[in-house]
Each structure stands twice: as C-alpha cells, then as structure tokens.
Ligand binder design. Sequence first.
Ligand code: FPP
Length: 252
Amino acid sequence: MENLKKTILQNTIPNHVAIIMDGNGRWAKQQGKPRTFGHKKGVDSVRAIIEASVEIGVNYLTLYAFSTENWNRPKLEVRTLMSLLVSSLRKELKTFVDNDIKLLTIGDLSHLPKKVQKELTEVIEKTKNNKTLTLTLALNYGARDEIVNVIKKISKKVVNNQLSIEEINEKIINNHLYTFSLPDVDFLIRTSGEKRISNFLLWQVAYAEFYFTTVLWPDFKEENYYKSILEYQKRERRFGKTSEQIEKNINE
Ligand code: FPP
C-alpha cells in the first residue's frame, strides 16, 4: 500500500472528492446481520477515508451521509443512523482538532433531531478555524431541494431590488448553494456497483470525474481509495478544451 501511496503522490491529487457511500445494507445482509450493523461498520470506512484524505492531501471531502429520501427508511434504521452520527461526532472531535480538520454540513438541518443539531453545531464551532481538510457531511441533503432553495433566495433578492435579473450568473448561483464555500467537485466516487447520482451535488459535479466500484462501503478502505485516485490521475480532464490545448497548456 505504501507503494500505491507513493505513486499517487507523484501526480495531481483531486482537490475535492465527493463520495456516495453505498452498500451498507447489502454488506450486512451478506453477513446475515441487520442493516444497522452495516451502517456501524460503514463508520469505520468513513474514518479510514478521512485519514487517507489527510495523508495524501485531499483538501475537501464531501460525504453523502443522509439524503432527503432516506427518511422513508424503517424508523429503527433512521434512528440508528442519527445516533451513529451523534456518537461518531463525539468520538471524532479530538481527531478533527488534532488533525486540523474542519467540519461543515450541507442540507436542511432543521429537520434533524435536536441532539444531532446540537452535536453538529458544537463540532462545527470547535473546528471552524481548521485548514488541512474540510470534511462536509451531506445531511438531509438533496440537490434538487438545494436548487429550489437557491431560486427562492435569488428571487427574493430580485423582488426586493437587491439584485437585478441581468446580474444573475453562475457565480451568483454558486454563492447561494449550500456548498457556497466549497470548490467544484473534482472526483465523485460511488461504491456498491450502482451507477447513479441519486440527487447528490448536481450542480457541483458538472466537470467531475466519476468512479464506480462494486466494493460495498464497509469494505472500502485506504487501498481501495488510493486505487480510485490512481484511476482519476489517468483521466484527462479537458473542461471542454481539445487534447492539444491541454498538452500545450494554452487557453486560446
Ligand atoms: C448507504 O448504504 C449508506 C447510507 C444511506 C448512510 C451512510 C452512513 C454511514 C456510513 C454512517 C454514518 C455516517 C457518518 C458520517 C458518521 P445503504 O443502506 O443504502 O446500503 P444498501 O444499498 O446496500 O441497502
């Protein structure tokens, strides 16, 4: 694994990695255990990938932890996910402080249990000046919901004469997204073999490279992550330009 790490460090590291952590339920089923067991094991992978991100110098890591659609799951599963969140935040606060990790969230937190909101507020406050890695948890997040909110916020400004219609551009839209303080996503990973975006960061992945692996989230560890990054480094990101322009690093 050290060799793998050395090889990837010789090339460009994606600045912003986003992950759809999928397959906890199936992993548990394979072990003959309840779905909630898979989520508990999934937390170990979260920890491993955060650590690995710090090791190789990823600056932004965004994890899809709970979608607006996840409320439809069995009550016990939702409750387990919420309590896992609280216990993990409590346990990891010291790691965040020691490793200079800043915690952010995206999504509508107002519908989360008060206990979760309180724990999040505390960790966000205590890590707000950290710089090495910005870890963003998407909680009660949905990209369409985010875009609806942006339209409402911008419309209000237009109605109140704080903004004219002509002034609306991509930058203004960016500034009203939950992710206003984050750069665009460079690399999107989804585990468990599903090849869908599932309402995650629709605007922000416009130029991202996508990586799908059949590995289930509780099995996705440092080595799998480094391999995915190696794959990212083999891709040519053109942003609409030609290969020749990229090779010569010319903009015209
Ligand atoms: C997807 O697996 C996973 C989730 C919906 C939740 C992810 C949450 C965690 C890993 C734990 C808590 C997170 C943090 C940040 C501490 P699935 O249930 O959809 O699996 P399946 O598709 O096999 O059913």
